[in-house]
Design a protein around this ligand. Structure first.
Ligand SMILES: Cc1cc2nc3c(=O)[nH]c(=O)nc-3n(C[C@H](O)[C@H](O)[C@H](O)COP(=O)(O)OP(=O)(O)OC[C@H]3O[C@@H](n4cnc5c(N)ncnc54)[C@H](O)[C@@H]3O)c2cc1C
Length: 387
């Protein structure tokens, strides 16, 4: 992706590749087997400034564009690693940048940039609401200079490795709002003093190593000055931030797909059965070639979406389409790679079964394929809405 456009992108790609060489397959397999957080890898990204590339220079970041961030995440995944342990920090800070006050920016951004504050977590999804965010019930009720929060979030990833968390909560009842998505507000939660008191975190065991959790709020007090943007307008802000998230995750999927395609094509050349390389059989060769074509097409859509984002153009549809195409390509690449390796695909040492599990997530989160198709069907093609 983004090759030939800008020499500095290629320098970033090479530098991230070098960094990733210190975190080979064994490292990720070990973390996977013990459900461990890749603290050393995340620290290396912080130390080299790659996690803060989107933060403007005046707040201590390097002020690069989304394309640069895409290259960083794509390269991590192409090397067999996984950016999910920390990718949220790249885009969640956009909430402060776009909607925060001058004081909030000054208070948080420089510390996020220098790594002294970790903003890895955001709590939107709830068990009963599912994709219908307008039905979340976690409430924030004003009480003097504070809001008091009660409720539960689910799938709040990385919250145990975060100092701050972006929270979406209802500040006025759904029935009293002009639209179902009105009356939701965004807050910054400082987790450091509250975990174990008014915030309870319980990890969810999952098929991938993703540090994801249930989070319960029991009379959590948040200072009113931690409200981000206008009261009741939070849904819009969350949607805004999702474009960057979808594009960046699309880039990760492209990295996964390229990792798996390379593994499959190399193995197809090396492995001999019936006296010839299996890749000589078109039943093995064509699926690999086909998913390569799909991946390169998906990469163009990711690039188009990132370009629109960087040029401040509306990019919701492109971001959705990029995520869908890239997630489908990486999932297909995982399946093709499994088939190419045959029984050996199941051996953890090849990293294929791990990537097979990891890349499956992105057809579901952060937004599922069906919901993207619904967006395209109704918003782009003008067909009637199903909900
Ligand atoms: C590992 C992991 C990490 C996550 N991290 C976070 C996080 O950090 N923060 C956070 O807030 N959330 C997080 N999520 C939540 C994630 O964004 C949601 O799981 C995702 O948006 C889907 O919502 P749901 O699981 O509630 O599915 P549901 O909304 O229950 O949907 C279930 C299925 O039904 C389909 N469906 C629903 N409605 C329709 C319809 N009208 N038409 C057609 N199909 C439909 C969906 O496409 C989906 O396939 C994470 C999830 C996972 C699994």
């Amino acid at each position: 992706m983004f090759i030939d456009y800008n020499e500095s992108y290629e320098q970033i790609r090479e530098a991230v590749k070098r960094l990733c060489a210190d975190f080979p397959g064994e490292y990720w397999r070990q973390k996977d087997s013990e459900s461990g957080y890749p603290t050393e890898f995340v620290q290396a990204l912080v130390d080299t400034g790659y996690l803060s590339v989107l933060i403007p220079e005046k707040y201590g970041g390097s002020g690069l564009d989304l394309k640069a961030a895409c290259i960083i995440l794509e390269t991590i995944h192409k090397s067999g690693g996984n950016g999910a342990a920390c990718h949220a920090q790249m885009y969640t800070m956009g909430m402060i940048l776009r909607h925060g006050t001058k004081e909030q920016k000054q208070l948080w951004l420089p510390h996020i940039a220098d790594g002294t504050l970790r903003l890895q977590a955001f709590g939107v999804t709830e068990p009963a609401s599912g994709t219908d965010t307008s039905r979340i019930t976690t409430s924030a009720v004003r009480d003097g200079d504070d809001y008091i929060v009660n409720g539960q979030k689910i799938w709040t990833s990385r919250v145990g490795h975060s100092d701050l968390m972006i929270l979406l909560a209802r500040t006025s009842p759904r029935e009293d709002s002009s639209k179902p998505t009105q009356g939701l507000s965004v807050f910054m939660v400082d987790l450091r003093e509250e975990v174990g008191k008014s915030i309870t975190i319980t990890p969810i065991e999952t098929m991938i190593n993703h540090s994801t959790n249930n989070v319960f709020f029991d009379d959590l007090r948040i200072p009113a000055k931690n409200l981000i943007g206008k009261i009741g307008e939070g849904f819009k802000y969350i949607m805004d931030g999702m474009n960057a998230e979808r594009i960046l995750i699309g880039a990760e999927c492209i990295g996964d797909a390229r990792f798996l395609i390379q593994k499959a094509s190399e193995y197809a050349c090396e492995r001999e059965v019936f006296g010839r390389p299996i890749g000589q059989n078109q039943g093995i060769q064509f699926p690999i070639a086909e998913v390569h074509v799909q991946t390169e097409a998906a990469a163009l859509m990711v690039e188009k979406a990132a370009t629109s984002f960087d040029e401040l153009r509306t990019c919701g549809t492109e971001a959705n389409m990029a995520k869908l195409l890239a997630a489908d390509a990486s999932w297909k690449a995982a399946d093709v790679c499994m088939q190419t390796f045959g029984g050996f695909a199941f051996a953890a040492e090849y990293d294929i079964e791990r990537k097979f599990r990891e890349t499956r997530l992105y057809r579901i989160a952060p937004v599922s394929t069906n919901l993207i198709l619904s967006h395209v069907g109704t918003h782009v093609l003008g067909m009637p809405k199903s909900f």
